[in-house]
Design a protein around this ligand. Structure first.
Ligand code: IFM
Length: 490
């Protein structure tokens, strides 16, 4: 079948994704408490240009307008995250009514627009009060997360179509506590492994809480950014380097969540840092909960080889694109070297290799038969320009999404049970340590006026959803911009 004619079945779910701190703004409104990202982004030198999420895309005040845009886009589902400090300003205690009201309204507006709400409980904005007690490196944060899940489930109930516990715990643990390039900015490799375990435990406790409140059949998932890494050569030491990365990046989450055990090799590879005594009896049973599906975030691939000489940990290019911290997120992998990947690359410096998504989806399908998959994030940052005709002809983004949807189609053809695709991102937003410099949205946000405009990628994606057909990239430039739909309602 030619890629221009590929069609997707009627039950394939089309969505777009965002996250609370990246779009909401209004960080001091509605009774919201401070999060680690407020603290981190306000600390000089932590984010590009000193950018913060104080205003972000101002989604908090533009929910009505944004849902109207989603409806115009034809989204069937919208993946958003709930800011824990809006619901529990200090991470514990009763629900803050204003926080609940905000998400309740969002969910109701989505349902009224015929869009399924897909809610993530944690996309990195930990209440600062919990970080002050040790953050994810201590067990009490996992326990608090389970309680928070209960509070949210009671508040939003059966209106949410799919729950996700954590988004990309790899980033929370390793970028936050080892590399220090994400909040809370700690550079403690041993502590990052404790964070891995407490994130896993928090996931298990949250699944249990959701099911306690909403019943055993409530759809629950977790979203992982599994790293697709290739060995530079077939030499055993390079194959070994790849296995080491797979273990510390992927298996450390897949193992406990889906198989009920940590891989022996991660315990060995990190034995000089920790004895893993933070894993208590019964934890692994708690972490391994039946899931409705597995969320897969995919952007790029990496290539490694074994470094024979000692070197500074963290030296050399990294596929995560998160700066030049002296500390590596690759805990216990000091003798693994990351090699530059051939282009093309996105504005994040990430290589574009859709085959990596095919390989990942097929591997997951083979390893975990019976567990449906969903691409919960995929998209690209490019330096967009507004053309004299007022449009953003973001042809590279269209091509990126086209080629990755084609990859999803190929994985499905080969048997992978991929149920849907969520484009990252609906809106340009706060790209963490890169501030507003990297634009991932299909809708452009003018950060002076906060006006949203349609990029060609949004127009193209709208047609793809409408026709369920993978239209050629060139079709994007000629599509008409819809009349403004809706107006700010807040
Ligand atoms: O913006 C992030 C998102 O918050 C998590 N996944 C990767 C995206 C692009 O870096």
């Amino acid at each position: 079948m030619s890629s221009t004619q590929r069609t997707f079945p009627a039950d394939f779910l089309w969505g777009a994704a965002t996250a609370s701190y990246q779009i909401e703004g209004a960080v001091e409104e509605g009774g919201r408490g401070p999060s680690i990202w407020d603290t981190f982004s306000r600390t000089p030198g932590r984010t590009l240009g000193g950018d913060t999420g104080d205003v972000a895309a101002d989604h908090y005040h533009r929910v009505g307008e944004d849902v109207a845009l989603m409806k115009e886009l034809g989204l069937q589902a919208y993946r958003f995250s709930i800011a824990w400090p809006r619901i529990q300003p200090t991470g514990r205690g009763p629900a803050n009514p204003e926080g609940v009201a905000f998400y309740s309204r969002l969910v109701d507006e989505l349902l009224a627009a015929g869009i399924r709400p897909v809610a993530t409980l944690y996309h990195w904005d930990l209440p600062q009060a919990l970080e002050d007690e040790g953050g994810w490196t201590v067990r009490s944060t996992a326990e608090a997360f389970g309680q928070y899940a209960r509070v949210v489930a009671e508040a939003l109930g059966d209106r949410v179509a799919l729950w996700t516990t954590l988004n990309e715990p790899w980033c929370s643990a390793y970028l936050g506590y080892a590399a220090g390039v994400h909040a809370p900015g700690r550079t403690e490799p041993a502590a990052s492994l404790a964070a891995v375990h407490h994130l896993n435990l928090g996931h298990g406790l949250a699944v249990r809480a959701l099911r306690d409140v909403l019943g055993e059949d409530v759809p629950v998932s977790v979203t992982l950014n599994l790293h697709v890494t290739r060995a530079a050569t077939d030499a055993p030491q390079d194959v070994e380097a790849k296995a080491q990365i797979d273990t510390v990046a992927n298996e450390v989450f897949l193992g406990p969540m889906l198989q009920g055990a940590y891989p022996q090799r991660v315990l060995t590879d990190t034995a000089h840092l920790t004895d893993w005594s933070f894993v208590r009896e019964g934890d692994l049973e708690l972490i391994r909960q039946p899931l409705t599906l597995l969320g897969v975030n995919f952007y790029s691939t990496g290539r490694v080889r074994r470094l024979e000489d000692e070197r500074d940990p963290g030296a050399g290019p990294r596929p995560d694109g998160h700066g030049d911290s002296a500390t590596s997120p690759w805990v216990g992998c000091d003798r693994v070297e990351w090699l530059p990947q051939p282009g093309p690359h996105t504005a994040m410096g990430w290589n574009i290799e859709p085959q990596g998504l095919v390989d990942l989806l097929l591997e997951l399908h083979d390893r975990f038969p019976g567990l449906p998959l969903m691409v919960t994030e995929n998209g690209a940052a490019f330096a967009d320009e507004v053309s004299p005709d007022g449009r953003v002809h973001d042809v590279r983004r269209v091509a990126y999404v086209h080629d990755h949807l084609e990859a999803v189609g190929r994985a499905r053809d080969a048997g992978a049970d991929v149920r849907g695709y969520f484009l990252w991102s609906l809106l340009d937003n706060f790209e963490w340590a890169f501030g507003f410099d990297r634009r991932f949205g299909v809708l452009r946000v003018d950060y002076d006026t906060l006006e949203r405009t349609w990029k060609d990628s949004a127009l193209w994606y709208r047609e793809v959803i409408r026709t369920r057909t993978l239209l050629p990239v060139e079709a994007a430039a000629d599509l008409p911009v819809p009349e403004p739909a809706g107006s700010p309602t807040a």
